[in-house]
Design a protein around this ligand. Structure first.
Ligand SMILES: *Cc1c(COP(=O)(O)O)cnc(C)c1O
Length: 669
């Protein structure tokens, strides 16, 4: 539910202040406690006038944080504008009132600070707008420009109010202009204020003329009920027992901002799992939104089969700047699973072209997850998800997982000397002539339970691959794009993979896109005369999608511009410190963390590491409890996962760990 409205205008002096006063008074007359916020004021006393006219008790300094003597744009009038200060003031006011009328200064494109316009403030406040326009000559063009631009920027305009100030009743365009604006902008006219002798009379007239109905928070309950019923009727959810779902009260997300999600009932939640591990810089990140919209004005989709498109080319070049060393080619697809399919098929076909026709098999690790398509499930090691499909899958070799908490060799790191690799080495030693590649999730086996590997073991795996001449395929779908504290997890151990799969964070959580990055040597093996049929026969309809490419380009630019990885380090340390106290909880068996990927394994009995029975749904119950405290989590069995967007702030991180701690305590004690 919108807690306010932003009053903007087609230009200055059109009567925003009259409209603001009138709106507040009218809302009050309907029993709604409305407050007033005027971030900037130059050369005037509008804020004070509204405060007095509407009988508001808030201090003037809160209602109007920035006040200047000269009639200048805020950018020029104020030395330094602190947007956070404005947001805080607004937040304070909205805690005190049911509804806030915010009055801008001038129109949408009034500069506030460097690279920041009034329209940015509107978006940041997350409010819909009302546009005040004037009657008289030129008004149609002014009004339509403002409305179209607002629409392009994603500002929701709830209506237009026309002020007839200084326009004589005899002016023949008066009526028809209003009608034309409504017709061409498809935006409701909320009122037409007649020309008045003075401000007081104008406010009185405006109160009568304006219809506030469309501005009032809609009763979202009925909308929620409708969505809930349609959801249950039509949608089959992934990884979800639908029988339970049908009985449940579903959370339906309608909107988001930063690290918060809003449901159809109007409640806000902290997104503790980056919308299933994809979101990076927060939701509705301005630069990404704009980049996608810009691309939308050019072309939404065009194929890579037989054609190229500009954004996917630009992106490939950018990816190569950050990719693990030795990789030089980008093969696009559209999700993590397909990027794995591509890697497997490439690895297999590579050896075919190299004349090593027996190299057809793959090695994977226990507890690994590489996606849900049949090829990626064939190298999947999470029995709960994968065992039912065994008859459909190709054969592959399974090696042990370096799962230190439940060590397959019952040893302790570092004394263990990586004994868990024995099985892998034995397989490679015995079957290397039949093995095309080893596929692993580097350093963190994510879906298998946030299993964090001991330092140095990935490097050791690479050495084994080199020794036995098999390809090393790294699935960085979850670990890529900063999630482990470096751009890619392989960087921690300076490993040089042959193939790398990326997806989730590639578009910062905006659009479905994936890529398989390959070494030059692999690519070269596919070159040949047309009749040799060495082509890589694989591709998807939406491969290299321009909108997704645009999002990914913006994503990478933000990493650079905002020094995301550098700024992430203290947050990683903070998370590490905060997680320590979880150890004191009776049922916390293990705490695992690598960068911004964390898993808390709950156990029935700590001394024997006895797992909770699966039917206990212990993880699910903790996450349901978290929901009551405005936090969204999703467990992996008995492991509680914390994986917030990299953009999360320290206070938000504190909230995330605090709520999680309390919920685990509440549910397990
Ligand atoms: C999520 C994930 C996948 C699958 O990606 P989808 O886009 O869901 O198909 C593959 N590998 C890893 C490591 C993942 O975490």
């Amino acid at each position: 539910m919108d807690k306010g409205i932003f009053i903007t205008a087609t230009d200055t002096g059109v009567g925003k202040t009259v409209v603001s006063s009138a709106l507040i008074l009218k809302l009050k007359s309907q029993g709604i406690d409305a407050g007033f916020f005027k971030p900037f004021q130059s050369a005037g006393d509008d804020a004070e006038t509204v405060k007095r006219a509407c009988g508001l008790s808030d201090p003037l300094s809160l209602i109007n944080p920035y006040n200047a003597k000269l009639p200048l744009a805020p950018y020029k009038a104020f030395k330094k504008v602190d947007i956070k200060k404005l947001l805080d003031a607004y937040k304070k006011l909205s805690k005190k009132h049911e509804f806030i009328v915010v009055e801008g200064a001038g129109g949408l494109f009034v500069p506030i600070k460097k690279d920041y316009l009034m329209s940015d403030l509107i978006l940041e406040l997350g409010l819909p707008a009302v546009v005040v326009g004037r009657a008289g000559l030129g008004t149609i063009n002014h009004s339509l420009l403002t409305l179209k631009q607002a629409q392009d920027l994603g500002i929701r305009v709830k209506g237009i109010i026309i002020n007839n100030k200084d326009v004589r009743a005899s002016d023949i365009s008066r009526k028809s202009n209003v009608e034309l604006i409504r017709q061409f902008s498809k935006t409701p006219i909320l009122g037409v204020i007649p020309d008045c002798k003075n401000r007081i009379e104008a406010v009185g007239q405006a109160v009568r003329a304006i219809n506030v109905g469309p501005l009032l928070p809609k009763r979202s309950a009925s909308n929620y009920r409708r969505l809930k019923s349609l959801n249950k009727k039509y949608i089959w959810h992934p990884f979800t027992q639908m029988k339970d779902w049908l009985k449940s009260e579903p959370l339906i997300i309608e909107e988001a901002r930063g690290v918060y999600l809003k449901d159809a009932k109007g409640k806000w939640y902290l997104d503790g799992i980056s919308s299933l591990w994809v979101n990076v810089h927060g939701h509705r990140k301005r630069e990404i939104d704009l980049k996608i919209k810009e691309q939308l004005n050019k072309v939404a989709h065009s194929t890579l089969l037989g054609l190229a498109n500009a954004p996917s080319v630009e992106l490939a070049a950018e990816l190569m700047k950050i990719a693990p060393k030795g990789l030089s080619k980008v093969f696009y697809s559209d999700n993590g699973s397909t990027s794995v399919e591509v890697a497997l098929k490439m690895a297999y076909q590579y050896w075919q072209h190299k004349g090593r026709k027996q190299k057809q098999k793959f090695v994977y690790l226990e507890n690994s997850y590489h996606g849900d398509t049949l090829g990626s499930v064939s190298v999947g090691g999470v029995d709960l998800f994968h065992s039912i499909f065994r008859p459909l899958l190709f054969d592959a070799y399974k090696a042990d997982s370096p799962y230190c908490y439940r060590c397959p060799k019952d040893k302790h790191y570092p004394g263990c000397k990586f004994e868990c690799l024995e099985k892998l080495e034995r397989l490679l030693w015995m079957h290397n002539r039949q093995i095309a590649g080893l596929i692993v999730e580097p350093i963190v086996q994510a879906a298998g339970g946030m299993i964090v590997w001991p330092a140095g073991i990935l490097r050791r795996m690479e050495e084994l691959c080199r020794k036995y001449n098999i390809l090393l395929i790294l699935d960085e779908v979850a670990t890529g794009f900063g999630r482990t504290g470096k751009m890619f997890a392989s960087e921690h151990e300076k490993v040089r993979p042959d193939l790398v799969c990326i997806s989730k964070g590639l578009t910062a959580g905006y659009l479905a896109m994936a890529a398989t990055l390959a070494r030059e040597e692999i690519y070269n093996a596919f070159l040949g005369d047309y009749k040799e049929q060495k082509t890589f026969f694989h591709g998807h309809s939406y491969t290299g999608n321009p909108l997704a490419s645009a999002a990914a380009i913006a994503n990478l630019a933000i990493f650079k511009k905002e020094k995301v990885l550098t700024n992430l380090q203290p947050k990683i340390e903070y998370l590490k410190q905060s997680l320590k106290r979880f150890n004191t909880l009776t049922h916390v068996g293990d705490i695992r963390q690598k960068g911004f990927m964390a898993g808390i394994e709950l156990v029935k009995d700590k001394t024997n590491k006895t797992p909770y029975p699966w039917e206990d749904k212990i993880g699910i119950r903790v996450c349901q409890e978290a929901r009551k405290h405005a936090l969204i989590l999703r467990p992996l069995g008995n492991v509680i996962v914390l994986m917030p967007p990299l953009a999360i702030t320290l206070p938000e991180l504190e909230k995330l760990t605090e709520v999680t701690y309390n919920c685990i305590k509440e549910i397990t004690q």
